[in-house]
Design a protein around this ligand. Structure first.
Ligand SMILES: [Fe+2]
Length: 281
Protein backbone atom coordinates (compact mmCIF):
# COMPACT_ATOMS: atom_id res chain seq x y z
CA UNK A 1 0.00 0.00 0.00
CA UNK A 2 1.40 3.39 -0.93
CA UNK A 3 1.82 5.76 1.96
CA UNK A 4 2.40 9.48 2.16
CA UNK A 5 3.42 11.27 5.33
CA UNK A 6 2.68 14.76 6.51
CA UNK A 7 3.06 16.98 9.53
CA UNK A 8 -0.01 17.93 11.45
CA UNK A 9 0.11 19.71 14.77
CA UNK A 10 3.71 18.61 15.23
CA UNK A 11 2.82 14.93 14.96
CA UNK A 12 4.20 12.95 12.07
CA UNK A 13 1.43 10.92 10.56
CA UNK A 14 1.14 8.36 7.83
CA UNK A 15 -1.83 8.14 5.55
CA UNK A 16 -2.42 5.63 2.83
CA UNK A 17 -3.39 6.75 -0.64
CA UNK A 18 -6.50 4.67 -0.25
CA UNK A 19 -7.41 6.49 2.94
CA UNK A 20 -6.57 9.96 1.77
CA UNK A 21 -10.04 10.97 0.74
CA UNK A 22 -11.43 10.42 4.22
CA UNK A 23 -8.33 11.97 5.78
CA UNK A 24 -8.62 15.00 3.56
CA UNK A 25 -12.17 15.63 4.59
CA UNK A 26 -11.13 15.53 8.23
CA UNK A 27 -8.20 17.85 7.67
CA UNK A 28 -10.31 20.21 5.67
CA UNK A 29 -12.90 20.27 8.41
CA UNK A 30 -10.32 20.98 11.12
CA UNK A 31 -8.07 23.35 9.25
CA UNK A 32 -10.34 25.14 6.80
CA UNK A 33 -8.77 28.56 6.55
CA UNK A 34 -10.85 31.67 6.41
CA UNK A 35 -9.93 34.29 3.87
CA UNK A 36 -9.48 37.96 4.58
CA UNK A 37 -12.41 39.65 2.93
CA UNK A 38 -12.44 43.10 1.36
CA UNK A 39 -15.83 44.79 1.45
CA UNK A 40 -17.30 47.62 -0.54
CA UNK A 41 -17.00 49.79 2.56
CA UNK A 42 -13.21 49.30 2.37
CA UNK A 43 -13.08 50.65 -1.18
CA UNK A 44 -15.94 53.15 -1.19
CA UNK A 45 -13.62 56.17 -1.40
CA UNK A 46 -11.52 54.66 -4.20
CA UNK A 47 -14.19 54.38 -6.89
CA UNK A 48 -14.88 56.33 -10.06
CA UNK A 49 -18.65 56.27 -9.74
CA UNK A 50 -19.22 58.47 -6.68
CA UNK A 51 -23.00 58.44 -6.89
CA UNK A 52 -23.10 54.63 -6.96
CA UNK A 53 -20.52 54.50 -4.20
CA UNK A 54 -22.66 56.66 -1.93
CA UNK A 55 -25.84 54.69 -2.41
CA UNK A 56 -24.84 51.01 -2.83
CA UNK A 57 -25.23 48.72 0.16
CA UNK A 58 -22.13 47.14 1.64
CA UNK A 59 -21.16 43.76 0.20
CA UNK A 60 -18.19 41.40 -0.11
CA UNK A 61 -15.86 42.21 -3.02
CA UNK A 62 -12.93 39.82 -2.92
CA UNK A 63 -11.22 37.14 -0.87
CA UNK A 64 -7.54 36.79 0.07
CA UNK A 65 -6.08 33.48 1.24
CA UNK A 66 -2.71 34.28 2.77
CA UNK A 67 0.42 32.23 3.38
CA UNK A 68 -0.68 29.04 1.69
CA UNK A 69 1.25 25.88 1.08
CA UNK A 70 0.32 22.64 -0.55
CA UNK A 71 -0.16 19.80 1.87
CA UNK A 72 1.33 16.99 -0.17
CA UNK A 73 1.62 16.11 -3.78
CA UNK A 74 -1.20 13.73 -4.49
CA UNK A 75 -1.16 13.27 -8.20
CA UNK A 76 -4.81 13.55 -9.10
CA UNK A 77 -6.68 15.22 -6.26
CA UNK A 78 -6.32 18.44 -4.38
CA UNK A 79 -6.05 17.89 -0.68
CA UNK A 80 -8.26 20.72 0.41
CA UNK A 81 -11.78 21.45 -0.72
CA UNK A 82 -11.24 25.19 -0.36
CA UNK A 83 -12.07 27.22 -3.45
CA UNK A 84 -8.42 28.12 -3.90
CA UNK A 85 -7.31 24.48 -3.71
CA UNK A 86 -4.76 25.01 -0.95
CA UNK A 87 -4.75 24.75 2.80
CA UNK A 88 -2.52 25.77 5.69
CA UNK A 89 -1.30 22.51 7.14
CA UNK A 90 2.32 22.36 8.26
CA UNK A 91 4.40 20.52 5.70
CA UNK A 92 7.73 20.56 3.95
CA UNK A 93 6.72 23.36 1.61
CA UNK A 94 5.62 25.53 4.48
CA UNK A 95 8.98 25.09 6.17
CA UNK A 96 10.81 26.01 2.98
CA UNK A 97 8.57 29.03 2.39
CA UNK A 98 9.13 30.34 5.90
CA UNK A 99 12.86 29.82 5.63
CA UNK A 100 12.92 31.92 2.47
CA UNK A 101 10.89 34.70 4.07
CA UNK A 102 8.26 34.72 1.32
CA UNK A 103 4.57 33.98 1.04
CA UNK A 104 2.22 32.41 -1.50
CA UNK A 105 -1.30 33.86 -1.53
CA UNK A 106 -4.41 33.30 -3.60
CA UNK A 107 -6.98 36.02 -4.26
CA UNK A 108 -10.44 35.43 -5.69
CA UNK A 109 -12.33 38.33 -7.25
CA UNK A 110 -15.86 37.50 -8.41
CA UNK A 111 -17.17 39.54 -11.36
CA UNK A 112 -19.04 42.72 -10.49
CA UNK A 113 -19.55 46.28 -11.64
CA UNK A 114 -18.92 48.94 -9.01
CA UNK A 115 -21.32 51.32 -10.70
CA UNK A 116 -19.63 52.26 -13.97
CA UNK A 117 -16.32 50.69 -13.01
CA UNK A 118 -15.10 47.12 -13.00
CA UNK A 119 -14.44 45.50 -9.63
CA UNK A 120 -10.85 45.96 -8.47
CA UNK A 121 -8.53 45.63 -5.49
CA UNK A 122 -7.76 48.57 -3.22
CA UNK A 123 -4.20 48.85 -4.55
CA UNK A 124 -0.97 49.45 -2.67
CA UNK A 125 2.75 50.09 -2.88
CA UNK A 126 5.55 48.08 -1.31
CA UNK A 127 8.10 49.64 1.05
CA UNK A 128 11.87 49.86 0.59
CA UNK A 129 13.81 46.69 1.32
CA UNK A 130 17.14 46.65 3.13
CA UNK A 131 18.98 46.40 -0.18
CA UNK A 132 17.83 49.84 -1.35
CA UNK A 133 15.01 48.90 -3.73
CA UNK A 134 11.32 48.50 -2.92
CA UNK A 135 10.10 44.89 -2.81
CA UNK A 136 8.81 43.39 -6.09
CA UNK A 137 6.07 40.74 -6.46
CA UNK A 138 4.85 38.25 -9.04
CA UNK A 139 1.34 37.20 -10.00
CA UNK A 140 -0.08 34.24 -11.87
CA UNK A 141 -3.61 34.06 -13.24
CA UNK A 142 -5.16 30.73 -12.22
CA UNK A 143 -8.63 31.32 -13.71
CA UNK A 144 -10.25 34.19 -15.57
CA UNK A 145 -8.74 37.44 -16.83
CA UNK A 146 -6.86 40.06 -14.85
CA UNK A 147 -5.95 43.61 -15.71
CA UNK A 148 -2.95 44.66 -13.63
CA UNK A 149 -2.71 48.45 -13.37
CA UNK A 150 0.85 49.36 -12.42
CA UNK A 151 1.89 52.90 -11.52
CA UNK A 152 5.44 53.99 -10.83
CA UNK A 153 5.88 56.48 -8.02
CA UNK A 154 9.08 58.52 -8.03
CA UNK A 155 9.50 61.52 -5.73
CA UNK A 156 5.77 62.14 -5.36
CA UNK A 157 5.16 61.89 -9.11
CA UNK A 158 3.67 59.08 -11.20
CA UNK A 159 6.19 58.62 -13.99
CA UNK A 160 4.74 55.54 -15.70
CA UNK A 161 1.35 53.80 -15.82
CA UNK A 162 1.03 50.36 -17.40
CA UNK A 163 -1.88 48.02 -17.99
CA UNK A 164 -1.07 44.32 -18.36
CA UNK A 165 -3.87 42.01 -19.45
CA UNK A 166 -3.16 38.50 -18.18
CA UNK A 167 -5.03 35.25 -18.78
CA UNK A 168 -4.84 31.78 -17.31
CA UNK A 169 -1.22 30.66 -17.04
CA UNK A 170 0.26 34.15 -17.54
CA UNK A 171 2.71 35.66 -15.06
CA UNK A 172 3.13 39.33 -14.31
CA UNK A 173 6.10 40.68 -12.38
CA UNK A 174 5.53 43.87 -10.39
CA UNK A 175 8.90 45.63 -10.46
CA UNK A 176 10.18 47.81 -7.59
CA UNK A 177 8.54 51.26 -7.30
CA UNK A 178 5.27 50.18 -8.94
CA UNK A 179 2.03 50.42 -6.99
CA UNK A 180 -0.54 47.97 -8.28
CA UNK A 181 -4.24 47.38 -8.55
CA UNK A 182 -5.90 44.27 -9.97
CA UNK A 183 -9.09 44.68 -11.99
CA UNK A 184 -11.47 41.89 -13.00
CA UNK A 185 -12.73 43.13 -16.38
CA UNK A 186 -14.71 40.02 -17.28
CA UNK A 187 -17.99 38.35 -16.41
CA UNK A 188 -16.11 35.44 -14.85
CA UNK A 189 -14.45 34.85 -11.51
CA UNK A 190 -10.80 35.83 -11.38
CA UNK A 191 -8.55 33.57 -9.36
CA UNK A 192 -4.91 34.57 -9.07
CA UNK A 193 -1.85 33.70 -7.02
CA UNK A 194 1.14 35.74 -5.93
CA UNK A 195 4.58 35.17 -4.49
CA UNK A 196 5.81 38.06 -2.39
CA UNK A 197 8.26 38.77 0.41
CA UNK A 198 6.93 38.07 3.86
CA UNK A 199 9.03 40.86 5.37
CA UNK A 200 6.82 43.92 4.89
CA UNK A 201 3.37 45.42 5.20
CA UNK A 202 1.85 46.96 2.09
CA UNK A 203 1.38 50.72 1.94
CA UNK A 204 -2.19 51.74 1.11
CA UNK A 205 -2.18 55.45 1.99
CA UNK A 206 -0.88 57.03 -1.26
CA UNK A 207 -3.66 55.43 -3.32
CA UNK A 208 -6.25 56.28 -0.66
CA UNK A 209 -5.10 59.91 -0.65
CA UNK A 210 -5.69 60.08 -4.41
CA UNK A 211 -9.03 58.31 -4.07
CA UNK A 212 -7.99 55.48 -6.35
CA UNK A 213 -5.33 54.48 -8.84
CA UNK A 214 -4.06 56.62 -11.69
CA UNK A 215 -6.77 55.34 -14.05
CA UNK A 216 -10.25 53.88 -13.61
CA UNK A 217 -11.37 51.08 -15.93
CA UNK A 218 -14.94 51.56 -17.11
CA UNK A 219 -16.86 49.26 -19.43
CA UNK A 220 -15.43 50.70 -22.63
CA UNK A 221 -12.55 52.92 -21.66
CA UNK A 222 -10.00 54.02 -19.13
CA UNK A 223 -10.46 57.36 -17.39
CA UNK A 224 -7.70 59.39 -15.75
CA UNK A 225 -8.05 60.02 -12.05
CA UNK A 226 -8.09 63.82 -11.88
CA UNK A 227 -6.57 63.77 -8.40
CA UNK A 228 -3.19 63.01 -9.99
CA UNK A 229 -1.19 65.81 -11.66
CA UNK A 230 0.56 65.32 -15.00
CA UNK A 231 -0.30 61.66 -15.46
CA UNK A 232 1.50 59.90 -18.32
CA UNK A 233 -0.63 58.17 -20.94
CA UNK A 234 -1.51 54.58 -20.14
CA UNK A 235 0.84 52.05 -21.75
CA UNK A 236 -0.50 48.62 -22.68
CA UNK A 237 2.07 45.85 -22.23
CA UNK A 238 1.57 42.10 -22.73
CA UNK A 239 2.61 39.59 -20.07
CA UNK A 240 5.98 38.03 -20.80
CA UNK A 241 7.84 34.95 -19.71
CA UNK A 242 10.86 35.58 -17.49
CA UNK A 243 12.71 32.25 -17.71
CA UNK A 244 15.55 33.58 -15.53
CA UNK A 245 12.99 33.64 -12.70
CA UNK A 246 11.37 30.37 -13.74
CA UNK A 247 8.29 32.19 -15.03
CA UNK A 248 6.99 30.42 -18.13
CA UNK A 249 3.38 30.65 -19.33
CA UNK A 250 1.37 27.62 -18.24
CA UNK A 251 3.97 26.47 -15.73
CA UNK A 252 2.49 26.85 -12.21
CA UNK A 253 4.69 29.22 -10.27
CA UNK A 254 3.82 27.56 -6.98
CA UNK A 255 6.45 24.99 -7.98
CA UNK A 256 9.18 27.63 -7.69
CA UNK A 257 9.38 26.58 -4.06
CA UNK A 258 11.22 23.54 -5.38
CA UNK A 259 13.93 25.86 -6.75
CA UNK A 260 14.21 28.50 -4.00
CA UNK A 261 16.90 30.44 -5.86
CA UNK A 262 14.20 31.48 -8.35
CA UNK A 263 12.37 33.30 -5.52
CA UNK A 264 15.45 35.12 -4.26
CA UNK A 265 14.53 38.26 -6.21
CA UNK A 266 11.58 38.86 -3.86
CA UNK A 267 13.87 39.76 -0.95
CA UNK A 268 16.99 40.75 -2.93
CA UNK A 269 15.69 42.80 -5.86
CA UNK A 270 19.08 44.56 -6.04
CA UNK A 271 20.62 41.37 -7.42
CA UNK A 272 18.05 41.31 -10.24
CA UNK A 273 17.71 45.05 -10.86
CA UNK A 274 18.53 44.89 -14.59
CA UNK A 275 16.09 42.06 -15.20
CA UNK A 276 13.32 43.69 -13.14
CA UNK A 277 13.88 46.94 -15.01
CA UNK A 278 12.97 45.28 -18.31
CA UNK A 279 9.81 43.32 -17.51
CA UNK A 280 7.51 46.18 -18.55
CA UNK A 281 9.38 47.21 -21.72
FE1 LIG B 1 1.62 43.83 -3.68
Amino acid sequence: MAHQSYNFGGRRQEISREAKFVSNIKLDFILRSKPSIRYLDDLRDLLYDRLWSKTAGNCELYYMYRNLSRVCDFSSQTVSREPCGFTRILDEDKTAIEKLGVGYDVTIIPPMMLGAEYVKTAGHYHPMSDCGLPYPEVYEVLEGVAHYLLQKLEEDRITDVVLVEAKKGDHVVIPPHYGHITINPSGKELKMANWVSGRFESIYEPIKEKRGGAYFELENNFVKNENYDNLPELRFVPPIDVPELGLVKGKPMYDLIKTPKKLEFLNRPDKYADLLGKVLD
